[in-house]
Each structure stands twice: as structure tokens, then as C-alpha cells.
Design a binder for this molecule. Structure first.
Ligand code: NCD
Length: 315
């Protein structure tokens, strides 16, 4: 495995090996020595051409815990905002000896373009491209689900996951649908028809417009952010109406099945797709997703740059 561009590049074995490596790394991170020498002397560039909090600092923390040198490069304050092309940026990163580039970009396909080019030799990791994919988020979500509901199994066989809300603009939903399917879970998308993408009929999912009937039947309720910054047109009548039909509130929380969990990739619109009370409730694993993100991104860097999965006892 050279790059991580899309979940569709992963085999089931590779995906599970990343999750297992992450479990092993999480175990080490829980101990007093947080830092491993594995990537000492390697340089990882965080190239963020679109806003991010969690993903950027998560990759930064992951790289540092593996002792890599990290260069943070965001669009604001760099020549990207002066219109420098991806090519010139990549050539600069190559000249600086980047071993891996973690890229977030508003254009779907930008990471692929970088990986296919001759511009740089390092590994390319997609940290979210347009409305296309966000593979590291899907892996950390799968890791979190497995930890809570996996019952010791290596995959997610038999689990039912509802992905709720703005599927149309969500790269998180796309990557999650692919990975959950690969790992044996079944997915139901719940959204207003206007927030489902064209061609969704061919996705390996079922579709519902009725959140109330879905909630008691699933193990995981994964809420998506309403991506108002990507909405030029009106996709729903108003935010009150949206919350009434597609928001997770304490009334709906009561109808969730025993042991089921609530997820959200962040950033949340509290009061829109999820109420504050539900986001902070005992069923919510939202903060834990962030913590797990660091272990999973360590595993991704480890597998791509150290070249092998971490077996228990092989450190
Ligand atoms: C997501 C993203 O940027 O795609 N956030 C994240 O990476 N944690 C989801 C979102 O912005 O809604």
C-alpha cells in the first residue's frame, strides 16, 4: 500500500490490519511512554487547503507520537492563497524531502492527482477531498464501532448503522458506506430526498426518509453535519423543520436500542442536526472518536511509511 486515497483502494484484510495496528498503538499510547521512535527522521507535511480542526491536529499528533518531523502548511498564509498551483506546491514539498503529504482540498480528486503525478515521490493521504472521500475518518469510525460493539470480532459483521442527514455533501458518508460494507455491516441512509446524491440507488445501502422508524432498529446512529457552506440553494424549508424530521433529540434518544451508540464526525451544529443534550449524553461517543482518530492515523502512517502492520509484541 503506497497511498491512502479512497476506501475502495483497501482490501478487507488491509482495513482490518489498520484497525488492529491502531488497537496496538492505542494500548501503547495509554501507557506512560506515548512516543515511539518508528518514524524518526521522516518528514510529514500537512497540506490543508480547506479549513479543519480535528483532522489536522489529529494527523499532527499522530505523526509526532511516531517521532516524525511535521510541517504544517495551510492555504491561508501560504502561496496557495496567492493562486499557486497544486503542481508548484507539490514540487516545493518534494524539494523539501517530504516522505508523506496529508492533503485536504476542496476539489474532489486533488489527492489522486497528486499521487498520480511525477511531482512528488512520497505517500499521499487523503484527509478529505471535496464531497468525495475521507478514508481516515471512516477508519476511525469503524475502529470506534468495533471497540464498542465488535464483541471481540475483527470486523463489523451483522451490525446495523444509520447515517443521517446531509449525505449529499458528505465525504464522510461516502467513505463510511464503502468501509462499513467491506467490514460486513449494513447501512441505512436517512435524509430528505434533496440531500441524497444522484445515483444513490446504486450504493450498497437502504434508504429511508423516516428517522423515527429507523432509530430503534440500529446499533449506531451516525449524524452528519448540515454543510451550510456548501449549500448554494435551498435544500430544506428551514432549520426548525430540518431538526424536527432529521435531528437527533432526547425524544428520539429514548427510542434507541440497548447498547447502541451515537456518533458525529464533528464539527457539530448543536441545535440543528443534534441537540446539545444528546451530543453530551452517555450514548454519545463523539469525543472518543476524536481520541481514536489519533491512534488510527498513527496506524495509517505506520502502515504506509514503516511498511508493515504492527503485530502485538513487534515494536
Ligand atoms: C468532516 C469533514 O471535514 O469532512 N469533518 C471532519 O473531518 N471531522 C465532516 C464535516 O465537515 O462535516
Amino acid at each position: 500500500m503506497r497511498h491512502l486515497l479512497s476506501v475502495s483502494d483497501l482490501t478487507k484484510t488491509q482495513a482490518i490490519s489498520i484497525l488492529d495496528t491502531a488497537s496496538e498503538l492505542a494500548r501503547i499510547s495509554d501507557s506512560t511512554i506515548k512516543k515511539l521512535p518508528t518514524l524518526r527522521g521522516r518528514t510529514i507535511v500537512n497540506l490543508f487547503a480547506e479549513d479543519s480542526t480535528r483532522t489536522r491536529i489529529s494527523f499532527e499528533a499522530a505523526a509526532k507520537r511516531l517521532s516524525a518531523d511535521v510541517i504544517n502548511f495551510s492555504a491561508k498564509g501560504s502561496s496557495l492563497s496567492k493562486g499557486e498551483s497544486l503542481k508548484d506546491t507539490a514540487l516545493t514539498l518534494q524539494a523539501m524531502g517530504a516522505d508523506a503529504v496529508v492533503i485536504r482540498h476542496s476539489a474532489s480528486g486533488a489527492p489522486q492527482r497528486l499521487a498520480d503525478s511525477e511531482w512528488m515521490r512520497g505517500a499521499v493521504i487523503n484527509a478529505g477531498d471535496g464531497t468525495h472521500e475521507h478514508p481516515s475518518q471512516a477508519l476511525l469510525d469503524a475502529f470506534t464501532i468495533r471497540k464498542h460493539l465488535g464483541k471481540g470480532s475483527s470486523d463489523l459483521h451483522g451490525l446495523r448503522v444509520a447515517i443521517v442527514g446531509d449525505v449529499l455533501h458528505s465525504r464522510v458518508a461516502r467513505s463510511n458506506v464503502l468501509l462499513l460494507k467491506l467490514l460486513g455491516a449494513s447501512v441505512v441512509l436517512v435524509a430528505p430526498p434533496t440531500l441524497l446524491p444522484v445515483g444513490v440507488e446504486s450504493w450498497p445501502v437502504t434508504i429511508s426518509y423516516d428517522l423515527d422508524s429507523v432509530i430503534p432498529t440500529v446499533d449506531v446512529v451516525m449524524m452528519l453535519r448540515v454543510q451550510q457552506e456548501r449549500m448554494g440553494d435551498l435544500y430544506f424549508p428551514n432549520t426548525r423543520e430540518y431538526s424536527r424530521y432529521f435531528g437527533l433529540n432526547s425524544e428520539r434518544l429514548k427510542s434507541m436500542s440497548a447498547n447502541s451508540i451515537i456518533m458525529h464526525p464533528g464539527p457539530m451544529n448543536r441545535g440543528l442536526e443534534i441537540t446539545a443534550e444528546v451530543a453530551d449524553s452517555a450514548r454519545s461517543v463523539i469525543v472518543e472518536q476524536v481520541a481514536n482518530g489519533v491512534s488510527v492515523r498513527m496506524a495509517i502512517l505506520y502502515v504506509l511509511l514503516a511498511g508493515q502492520p504492527l503485530e502485538a509484541g513487534n515494536k
